[in-house]
Ligand binder design. Structure first.
Ligand SMILES: [Zn+2]
Ligand SMILES: [Zn+2]
Ligand SMILES: [Zn+2]
Ligand SMILES: [Zn+2]
Length: 340
């Protein structure tokens, strides 16, 4: 029997005043109670084992997982409440199943209700965020031992409610007070900007004009085009669609049909002598494959680029792009909530 209790470790318990204490910081002389079942607990802090609490007498109906679940749930709802009242963000990131990109969100973006004991049509979310008018916006499920049951999943489908799945460990409890980190989301709206032509999600890229190179024929300085993808400048992935964007930063590109460079569809052009930057001895790779250097950046502009159909759209720097951060909660719902 002692063995069984040894195995069950609770890193947290309640003190006499009802406050949550961590076994590592807990004074030895105090009396402690289980957060879940309320029974007496003993503090175990020895040389070998991690400090922990254990039930004074074994309670087969109580499991540490229940405590972890409850604490995670409380920390999340209190975290969002605090963020709302202090006007902080309560951020989360999820890998979107629709566009396969990571989206960022903020669960404390505008006034809303945070509830933990609420019954919707056939389901009880661990945490539910609703508009001030009571419209359910997002459900949070804390997954410790098992995923939401089939009935719950069906109910969420019926309600068309975005569901965020959080799988916390004991070590995550503190962090949950200020945000969720990377989570799984289900039925969350995709905030990706889409290509107007093919409707595929479109990437944000930065284009740049780089100095430091000179014309292969007249020797005058020539600007080279660079693309920033995933925070790195690259000069290799140029496509015909880049010709117009390049011009907007002063780089001249043109389509090339030179057979020996068939793998290259566009080349740089010298603005002074008009020569295509291809030569017998100078491989086109010399200019197009030049490693562009950050310190040579002359000018840059943000663009959207569709990799599928090579459509490019200029991104206005001043207009903040509509990210999932804004779209996780539809704006019209927000407005309604604010006007109340
Ligand atoms: Zn207990
Ligand atoms: Zn998406
Ligand atoms: Zn496209
Ligand atoms: Zn030239």
């Amino acid at each position: 029997m002692m063995e069984a209790i040894e195995g069950i470790q609770y890193p947290y318990a309640l003190d006499k005043g009802g406050s949550i204490v961590k076994a590592v910081d807990a004074p030895r002389s105090e009396i402690y109670y289980c957060i879940n079942c309320g029974e007496r607990m003993v503090l175990r802090r020895g040389e070998i084992k991690q400090p922990h609490f254990a039930h004074y007498t074994e309670n087969p109906n109580c499991a540490p997982e229940t405590v972890l679940h409850k604490m995670a749930k409380d920390n999340i709802s209190q975290g969002i409440d605090t963020a709302l009242s202090l006007n902080f963000e309560y951020p989360l990131t999820w890998r979107c199943p629709i566009c396969n990109q990571e989206h960022k969100g903020n669960l404390a973006r505008s006034p809303r209700e945070v509830e933990t004991e609420v019954s919707l049509d056939g389901v009880r979310p661990d945490v539910l965020l609703s508009s001030v008018k009571g419209k359910p916006l997002v459900a949070i499920e804390v997954v410790v031992t098992h995923r939401p049951e089939k009935g719950a999943i069906e109910a969420y489908k019926r309600l068309k409610l975005p569901v965020i799945m959080v799988k916390p460990g004991w070590e995550d409890l503190e962090k949950l007070k200020s945000g969720l980190g990377l989570v799984k989301a289900w039925q969350a709206p995709c905030g990706a900007k889409r290509c107007p032509k093919c409707k595929k999600p479109i990437d944000e890229v930065e284009i740049g004009a780089f100095k430091g190179a000179s014309c292969l024929y007249c020797g005058k300085p020539i600007l080279v085009m660079g693309l920033m993808i995933d925070k790195r400048w690259d000069s290799r992935k140029l496509s015909p669609g880049a010709i117009k964007p390049a011009r907007s930063v002063g780089v001249l590109l043109t389509p090339s049909k030179v057979a020996s460079y068939a793998e290259r569809t566009i080349v740089h052009v010298c603005s002074k002598c008009g020569a295509l930057q291809i030569g017998k001895w100078h491989n086109i790779r010399y200019l197009v494959h030049t490693e562009v250097r950050r310190e040579d950046l002359e000018k840059s502009k943000p663009y959207y680029r569709c990799e599928k159909c090579d459509t490019w759209l200029e991104k206005k720097r001043t207009v903040k792009s509509m990210t999932a951060l804004q779209t996780l909660i539809p704006p019209d719902v927000e407005k309604g909530a604010r006007n109340e």
